[in-house]
Design a binder for this molecule. Structure first.
Ligand code: PMP
Length: 391
């Protein structure tokens, strides 16, 4: 099929929930993807921070193929070696002891909220304005942006929002019934917003003083993206619960709720489940993905390449007045401009570079963590010609 044929069939047979770009992808390797017509693109979006190890990393592919031949799925009423090995590996690389596996970021956050409620016996969750936590009903409620909720009311009770970065506001909102504070360490969909210095540490102290759990949604920031394995390492804060998904599976769908033993043990048999959660195929992919991140030292690569990328973008900020801000950590980078950024995304795509526009005017760069300098040069060069024309 060609792109046009695919688009026509999509319109006819697929629910039109996505504002898709007119581009159908056929394959990917590392930081490069091919469309149906064979044109190549440098992928600076990586499936929204999913392909941290790059597209179809040979080690992940091998693990998936080998596991698929042995067993794809079995019920969670049985044990599998793949699931316990992944849980053990996560306990080694994350600040947590135990894991529950599910299939997506939203589902991980749902699990985290249930765990926090079960552990504390309280109901209320404090979340942040401008946040994003997924598209299930409870998670559009937790999400702090109205556009995701509109038309889907009634929403779930039990969520209150406070401005991101404001400790006083959290302090004033905590009640005797607060179970947890849910926060993205760096807001992703909200426009790559890095919190003020010391904020997350103070948040943890405030939570501890009030016996409230702190949940980090690391669905987007996890697995090396910010230049550390987790953003909790970057900010030097250990949350009580961390939710993960996206890059965990190296492209394969899997999510997880991670917690310290004391908290994790609040879940008893029968409390929570997911048919596909932690299936052997997903766990084999995730184990290979994490091992690759460690072996190839991808958090450090993200840090170094991220610094280089941001340096290049800051050079453009100096030259072009429409660039208001360049921010982020590692290879989670936002460039705020003073106009709608969707045309820039389109022009860049035509020139072979995939980037994304979030929050209306923030160009977001989330490439595979093993993107090389030459590819970053190509991306920034394409961007420069666009910004030059617009200025
Ligand atoms: N949390 C964060 C921080 C996210 O960025 C996303 C997805 N962009 C989600 C949760 C939802 O993940 P999923 O689409 O896998 O449900």
């Amino acid at each position: 099929m060609n792109t046009e044929e695919i688009m026509a069939l999509d319109k006819e047979y697929v629910m039109q929930t996505y504002g898709r770009y007119p581009l159908a992808l056929a394959k990917g390797q590392g930081s490069v993807v091919w469309d149906m017509e064979g044109k190549t693109y440098i992928d600076c979006f990586a499936g929204i921070a999913v392909n941290n190890v790059g597209h179809s990393h040979p080690k992940v592919v091998e693990a998936i193929c080998n596991q698929a031949k042995r067993m794809i799925h079995c019920s969670n009423i049985y044990y599998t070696q793949e699931q316990v090995e992944l849980a053990k590996l996560l306990s080694e690389v994350s600040p947590h002891d135990k894991a529950f596996f599910c299939n997506s970021g939203a589902e991980a956050n749902e699990g985290a909220v249930k765990l926090a409620r079960k552990f504390t016996g309280n109901g209320e969750i404090i979340a942040m304005e401008n946040s994003f936590h997924g598209r299930t009903l409870a998670m559009i409620t937790a999400t702090g942006q109205h556009k995701y909720k509109k038309g889907f009311e009634p929403l779930s009770p039990g969520f209150t929002h406070v401005p991101f970065g404001d400790i006083e506001a959290v302090s004033e909102t905590i009640t005797d019934d607060t179970a947890a504070v849910l926060v993205e360490p760096i807001q992703g969909e909200g426009g790559v917003i890095v919190p003020p210095e010391g904020y997350l540490k103070e948040l943890k102290e405030l939570c501890d003083e009030n016996d409230v759990l702190l949940i980090f949604d690391e669905v987007q920031t996890g697995f090396g993206r910010t230049g550390e394995m987790f953003a909790s390492d970057l900010f030097g804060v250990t949350p009580d619960i961390t939710t993960v998904a996206k890059a965990l599976g190296g492209g394969f769908p899997i999510g997880g709720v991670l917690a310290q033993e004391e908290v994790a043990d609040a879940f008893e048999p029968g409390d929570h489940a997911a048919t596909f959660g932690g299936n052997p195929l997903a766990c084999a992919a995730a184990k290979a993905s994490i091992e690759t991140i460690i072996e190839e030292n991808l958090p450090l690569k993200a840090k170094e390449m991220g610094e280089y990328f941001m340096y290049k973008l800051n050079e453009q900020k100096k030259l072009y007045g429409i660039v208001e801000d360049v921010r982020g950590a590692g290879l989670m980078i936002g460039m705020e401009i003073d106009i709608d950024c969707s045309d820039i995304v389109t022009t860049a795509r035509d020139q072979g570079v995939l980037i994304n526009c979030t929050a209306g005017n923030v160009l977001r760069f989330l490439p595979p963590l093993n993107i090389d300098k030459g590819q970053i040069d190509t991306v920034t060069c394409v961007l420069e010609t666009i910004l030059e024309k617009l200025s």
